[in-house]
Design a protein around this ligand. Structure first.
Ligand code: MRU
Length: 359
């Protein structure tokens, strides 16, 4: 059975509390929008796609239980709820994009001649539930496009991949993005080894990615973030693949802090650097990465380990949770559910797809 970050059935949502992993697998109920906001903010659930999925499904759960008679009142409730959910974490674009799309959808549903509160409620619940299957489908496509691409780029011999943070089943509805590519390579027999970074200060790599790799029996080694350059020099790394919280129009990419230095080191060593991201993590409304809001997290994430202070008292702390990798360092490409694109091709490629789908 594969790992599940989210468990859902109509009216019932639970998330795997990722703060307790890898020691304990405990699902915690999410009964309201407020609880969803809190599990996202506290990072019990994290990862750009999972954040949006939990946010939207918490709205579905609320809609199952609330009593709203008036159509306009229901529409206002949905729009306000979405605005609230977007405030949970600022850098990953997925929740904001889902909120934008769902808001348009609600207006269209409400404008139908035969629309009732009940029809709007049902269609919004369905919209949120569809996110679960769509995310897994997109991740499998990302996995396959990425693996096929690497097969062509490094033919003949199995590849060694270095990855950062957690981008697997725990960060998504299932399969994962960068970890999805690794999974596909493994299934195709084309993976030699994975190096996963510890990912300080929150340790998504050591706690979550390492857990997923062990769980999936994928050959892997954990390294500290400060070891990436020497690993590239000595361990035969074929490519670096990371996820994304927001890819903007020119291809600049916000991802877990430490990604930027990884891309610089990869360029120095002539190792291709890839970002694996669904279109739900792409934000073509921002021209470049300078416009991305970077979340700053509490200082305790840096000063304390397991609730015990390890840093000297009185020291100042800066704890940005993400950094922006400039597009020119994304030398391998951006792997999406529509194919692999050079950063400068992404905007045109996604715009074309959206036109064809009449989004
Ligand atoms: O702070 P987190 O753990 O939510 O950050 C997660 C990342 O940076 C991931 O790389 C990104 O969200 C992609 S997950 C498929």
């Amino acid at each position: 059975m594969s790992l599940e970050s989210v468990r859902y059935r109509p009216g019932c949502l639970a998330v795997l509390n990722q703060l307790l992993l890898p020691h304990e697998s405990r699902y915690e109920p999410v009964r309201s929008l407020q609880e969803a906001w809190e599990v996202i903010r506290s990072m019990k659930v994290r990862g750009a796609p999972a954040i949006a999925i939990v946010g939207c499904l918490s709205l579905a759960v609320e809609l199952q239980r609330i009593e709203v008679k008036e159509k306009d009142q229901l529409v206002t409730f949905i729009l306000d709820s979405l605005k609230f959910l977007v405030t949970s974490r600022p850098t990953a674009v997925n929740m904001a994009k889902a909120a934008e799309e769902l808001s348009v959808f609600v207006h269209l549903e409400a404008a139908r001649a035969d629309a009732t509160s009940e029809s709007i409620r049902k269609s919004v619940i369905q919209w949120a539930e569809d996110l679960l299957t769509k995310d897994v489908e997109d991740n499998k496509k990302i996995g396959d496009y990425g693996a096929q691409h690497l097969l062509q780029r490094v033919p003949g011999q199995p590849v060694t991949i270095l990855t950062h943070c957690n981008t697997g089943s725990l960060a998504t509805a299932g399969y994962g993005t960068a970890l999805g590519v690794i999974r596909s390579l493994h299934m195709m027999g084309h993976l030699a080894h994975v190096y996963c970074t510890e990912t300080r200060p929150y340790n998504q790599g050591a706690r979550l990615t390492a857990y997923e790799l062990v769980y999936e029996k994928i050959p892997a080694t954990l390294i500290a973030d400060s070891m990436v350059s020497v690993a590239m020099k000595e361990k035969g790394v074929s490519a670096v693949i990371v996820g994304a919280d927001r890819v903007v129009a020119n291809g600049d990419t916000a991802n877990k802090v430490g990604t930027y230095q990884l891309a610089i080191a990869a360029k120095h060593h002539g190792i291709p650097f890839y970002v694996a991201a669904p279109s739900t993590s792409c934000d073509l409304s921002l021209e470049d990465g300078g416009h991305i809001v970077i979340e700053e997290r509490p200082s305790q994430e840096l000063t304390d380990v397991n609730g015990k202070r390890i840093a000297a008292q009185g020291i100042g702390v800066w704890n940005p949770a993400f950094d922006v990798t400039p597009c020119d360092l994304i030398t391998g490409g951006i792997i999406t559910e529509f194919g692999v694109f050079a950063p400068q091709e992404l905007q045109a490629a996604l715009t074309k797809v959206m036109k064809e789908k009449k989004w």
